[in-house]
Design a protein around this ligand. Structure first.
Ligand SMILES: *Cc1c(COP(=O)(O)O)cnc(C)c1O
Length: 452
C-alpha cells in the first residue's frame, strides 16, 4: 500500500516564519520613496500600513514567531497535506518522485489566507478596523474577506474588471464572507476616474486596482489600512509556513528535494515553498534547483528588466528593485489572473538575479494539458495559476525519464480551480490562445520604468 498523503500533527506545526532577508548573499537595495527617490522610512509606510507589519517588512532576524491567535486560526486547515503524486508519476512513467504541498484545502481555496489572517491580526492589534485591497482572480479578495470576517473587521475589495466579469461567483463568495466588492477601475476614487477617462474600455489590471485601494487607505486619515496579497517581504514571510511544513513532512519520510517549483505572479506562494530551503543552498552548498514558473503572456522574471519600479499604475507605491515589465504593462487576458502582474517580490528577484533561483515561462495550452492529466491522476481540479507549477513539475519528471534519474521534485499546489470553469471550458473547446509577446511590445512597456 502506498501512503499518498504525508500528514503533520497539529502539535508539530512550525511556530515561527522564516525570513529569507537574513540569508540573501548580496544585501537588498532599499525601497525608495515614489516622489523623493530617497529610501522610504517607517513613517512613509505608516500612511497605508500598520506599525507591526512595517517592522516585519524591514526585519532582518532569521525567525519571526507566529502569534498564538494566528496559530489557532491556521489550525482550521493546517498543517496542509503533502501528497506523493504516485498516480501522476505512473502516468508519466518517470523514475522521479513527485511531491506537492496541497494549499487548495484552505477555507479560501488557495495559499493566500496564510498571510491574510496574519495581516488582519496585526492590523487589529494596531487598532485598525478596516482594510482595503485589490484582487485579480478573486483569490486574494476572498482570503482577506474571510480573515476580516474572522477578526470582526471591515473589508473593501477592488476587483480587476475582467475578473469581475469572468468570475461572478468569486464576487459572491467575497460578499458571503462580508467583503464589499467594486469593479476596478471604479468611479469611486480619483485614480479610478482618471484610468477610466484615459482608457474607457480597459479590462483593468492589478496595477490599477492597487492604486485605488492604496488611495482609499492613504486618504482615510489612518482609519483604513491597505493590505497586499503578494510581493512584499512580510507577505512572503507569512507564506513560509508552506515550505517549513513541507520540509518536516519530507523529513518524516526520509526525503529532501532536488527541485523546488512554484508558479510565480507576485512571488508569494513560490517564496512560501522555496525560501525555507534557500539557506541550505546559500550557506551549506546544497544543490537545489529552484524554479519559478510564469506565463509567457506576462514574463516578468524571464524577460523583464532588473530595475527600480512602482508596484502600481498610478505611481503611488514605493519604488522596489525587482524584475519588471513596466508598471503600465497590461498583459493579455490569460485565465491565470493571479499571474498577470508586471513585477515580482524583491526577494525572489534578488535571488534570481544572484543565481540562487531560476525562472521559466510557459504557454497556457500546455499548462492546461498538464492540468487535465493532473485532474484525472490526482483527482484535483487545480487553479490555472497552479497549473504552471504542475506543467514544469511534469517537464522535470519527463527529463528524469530521459536521463533515468530519480530526482525528488517538490512543487506547491497553490489553489483549486473550482471557480475557473470558464477557463477549463475554453480549453476544452480549443479556444485558449497562447501569447508570445513581441520584443517591441516589451520594450514599449518598459519605457515607463523610471531611470534612476
Ligand atoms: C494569487 C495566486 C497565485 C499568484 O500569486 P503569488 O503571490 O505569486 O503566489 C498563484 N496561485 C493561486 C491559486 C493564486 O490565487
Amino acid at each position: 500500500m502506498n501512503e499518498y498523503n504525508i500528514m503533520l500533527d497539529a502539535k508539530d506545526m512550525p511556530d515561527a516564519w522564516y525570513n529569507v532577508a537574513s540569508v540573501i548573499p548580496e544585501p537588498l537595495d532599499p525601497p525608495l520613496h515614489p516622489a523623493t527617490h530617497q529610501p522610504v522610512t517607517a513613517d512613509d509606510l505608516g500612511a497605508i500600513f500598520p506599525p507591526s507589519l512595517i517592522a516585519q517588512e524591514m526585519a532582518t532576524e532569521e525567525w519571526i514567531s507566529i502569534p498564538g491567535p494566528v496559530m489557532d486560526l491556521y489550525r482550521l486547515w493546517r498543517p496542509s497535506p503533502l501528497r506523493r503524486a504516485y498516480r501522476l508519476e505512473k502516468a508519466l512513467g518517470t523514475p522521479a518522485k513527485i511531491y506537492y504541498k496541497n494549499e487548495s484545502v484552505s477555507p479560501s481555496g488557495s495559499h493566500k489566507i496564510n498571510t491574510s489572517i496574519a495581516q488582519a491580526y496585526y492590523n487589529k492589534q494596531d487598532g485598525v478596523m478596516e482594510l482595503t485591497t485589490e484582487t485579480g482572480a478573486g483569490q486574494w479578495g476572498t482570503a482577506l474577506s474571510i480573515a476580516c470576517a474572522m477578526l470582526c473587521m471591515r473589508c473593501t475589495v477592488y476587483m480587476v474588471r475582467v475578473s469581475f466579469e469572468q468570475k461572478p461567483y468569486r464576487r459572491v463568495l467575497m460578499e458571503t464572507y462580508g467583503g464589499i466588492v467594486k469593479a476596478s477601475p471604479s468611479e469611486e476614487t480619483d485614480s479610478g476616474k482618471a484610468f477610466l477617462q484615459k482608457y474607457p474600455d480597459t479590462t483593468g489590471s492589478l496595477g490599477m486596482a492597487i492604486s485605488e485601494a492604496v488611495e482609499v487607505a492613504a486618504k482615510s486619515g489612518g482609519l483604513v489600512k491597505y493590505s497586499l496579497g503578494s510581493v512584499l517581504n512580510h507577505v512572503c514571510l507569512h507564506q513560509t509556513i508552506i515550505g517549513l511544513e513541507a520540509r518536516k513532512q519530507l523529513e518524516s519520510v526520509g526525503e529532501y528535494p532536488d527541485i523546488v517549483i512554484g508558479c510565480c505572479g507576485g512571488g508569494s506562494n513560490y517564496a512560501g515553498i522555496s525560501f525555507p530551503f534557500v539557506p541550505d543552498k546559500v550557506r551549506d552548498g546544497k544543490d537545489i534547483d529552484f524554479i519559478a514558473v510564469e506565463p509567457t503572456a506576462c514574463p516578468t522574471l524571464t524577460r523583464g528588466l532588473y530595475a527600480y519600479d512602482f508596484g502600481d499604475t498610478a505611481e503611488m507605491t514605493p519604488l522596489l528593485k525587482q524584475y519588471t515589465l513596466g508598471h503600465n504593462f497590461v498583459p493579455p487576458g490569460i485565465h491565470a489572473g493571479g499571474l498577470r502582474y508586471h513585477g515580482v517580490a524583491q526577494t525572489v528577484a534578488a535571488l534570481t538575479k544572484q543565481g540562487v533561483m531560476r525562472a521559466v515561462a510557459v504557454h497556457q495550452n500546455p499548462v492546461f494539458d498538464a492540468l487535465m492529466l493532473f485532474s484525472v491522476t490526482e483527482g484535483i481540479v487545480a487553479a490555472p495559476e497552479s497549473g504552471h507549477a504542475v506543467r514544469v513539475a511534469i517537464d522535470e519528471a519527463l527529463k528524469c525519464k530521459e536521463s533515468g534519474e530519480s530526482k525528488t521534485i517538490l512543487f506547491n499546489l497553490s489553489g483549486h480551480g473550482h471557480f475557473d470553469m470558464t477557463a477549463y471550458e475554453a480549453y476544452l473547446n480549443k479556444q485558449l490562445h497562447d501569447y508570445e509577446l513581441d520584443q517591441e511590445v516589451i520594450d514599449r512597456a518598459e519605457e515607463c520604468i523610471p531611470k534612476l
